[in-house]
Design a protein around this ligand. Sequence first.
Ligand code: AMP
Length: 420
Amino acid sequence: MIKAITGTKDILPADMPKWNYLEFIVKKTMESFNYKEIRTPVFEETSLFARGIGEATDIVSKEMYTFLDRSETSITLKPEMTASVVRALIEHSLDKKQSLNKLFYISPMFRQEKPQAGRLRQFHQFGAEALGFDSPALDAEMIIIPYQILKRIGLNHLSVKINSLGVPESREVYKTKLRGFLDDKFSRLSDESKKRYDINILRIFDSKDEGDQEIMKDAPLLIDYLDDASLNHFMEVKSALDNAGIPYQVDPKLVRGLDYYTNTTFEVISGSVGSQSALCGGGRYNLLAQEIGGAPIPGVGFAAGIERILLACANENTIAIPEEKIDLYVVLLDKSLSAKAYGLSLKFREKGIITDTDYALRSVKAQMREANKYNSRFVLFFGGDEYKNGEFVLKNMADGTETKININCIDKIFAIIKGA
Ligand code: AMP
C-alpha cells in the first residue's frame, strides 16, 4: 500500500470547513488592510533561496527540497514565500507601478525537517509582505494583522515577542563582541552551537541545549549595540503597537533563522500547542531585493503556519463549524428515469440549490440512507405513481411533510426550498 510521504498530510473533506473558515478570515482581514493576493509557483531556481534566505541558515543548509530537473537546472520547492514574492515584484516591475505594494498569500511550503506535532515537511502558510517604504507603521501592521486574525478565530493564549536586529554594520560590531564573549567558553558549547559560532553566531541564542542556554544568559545583547536610526525605528514600532493595543514583550534574544532581516523581528507564540509554539514570525528585510538582483526596496512581512494555528484552535476549542447540510437529494424511484433525474438535478444546481442524487441505481432505502448521511433538508421522489400522474413528491426532512408538485412547476420547488 503506497502511503503519503512522512511529514505530509492529507487535508480530508472533514478538515476543510476549518481550513476554509481560517482562509476566509485571512482574506477578509487582508482586504480590510487593502492587501492584494499574490500566487507564485511552487518551485523556483535554487539560487533564489540560497541568495535570498542565506546559505548559512538552517533552511538553506539542511531543509530544502532541492533537485536537478531533466534539463539539469537546480530546482527547489519553496520553503518560504518572501524571496518568491520579492522576485515576482522585481520581475514584473510592480515597484515601478506603485510606490508601496501590499501583498498577501496563502500557499504550501516545503522543508525537510524532522516531523513532529506542528512540524511538517509540507505545511501551509498565510502571510503578507509590504514592499516600498521603511515605515515603522508597516512593521507594526505585520504584527497587528496576524494578531487580529488569530483573535478573530478565537485564540486566547497568545504572546507577541519583538526584537530589533539593527543594520548589518552595527550587527557586525556586535558579532565581534559576541565572539569575544564566547572565545573562552567555546569548548563548552554544544556541537551545533560550535558550528553556528562560525557560520551564524546569532543563532546560538536559539539553541535548545541547556549548557548553551546557561552560557548565553550573560551574553552581550544586540539591542545594546543598535545604531541610533535602528533604535528610533524600534521605538516607533513599539509605540505603534501600543496605539493598536497589542500586548508584546521585547525579547532581545529573538534572532530568528533567516539571514535577511534588518531592524524588526517578531514572533507570535501560542501557549496551547506544545513545543512548536510559534504560530507566526516575520520581520523587516530591507536588503533582500538587492540580494536577489533588484534595486533596493525596503520590505517587511510575516508568515503564519496554518496547521499550527488549527492545532491551537483545536486545543482551545475555538472554531465551531456548523454541521454540513445539502438542500436536496433527488431519489430515483424508477431506474429508467435516471437520465431525466440527473437533468433535473442540474436545474436545481443552476439555481444555487445544493443537490445530490443517486449515481448507482440503488434501492430507495439506500438512497434515503444517503440523503440522511448528507443531512439533506429536502428529498424529491422522482418516479412511481405520482410521476405517472404528472407530479413530484417533495419531502421536508425536518418535519416529514410531503408536498405534491406538478412536474411542470419546478419553480414552485425552488421557492419552497429557498424559502424554507
Ligand atoms: P518561518 O517561515 O520559519 O518564520 O515560519 C513561520 C511560521 O510557519 C511558523 O511560526 C510556523 O507556524 C510555521 N512553520 C514553519 N515551519 C513549519 C513546519 N515545518 N511545519 C509546520 N509549520 C511550520
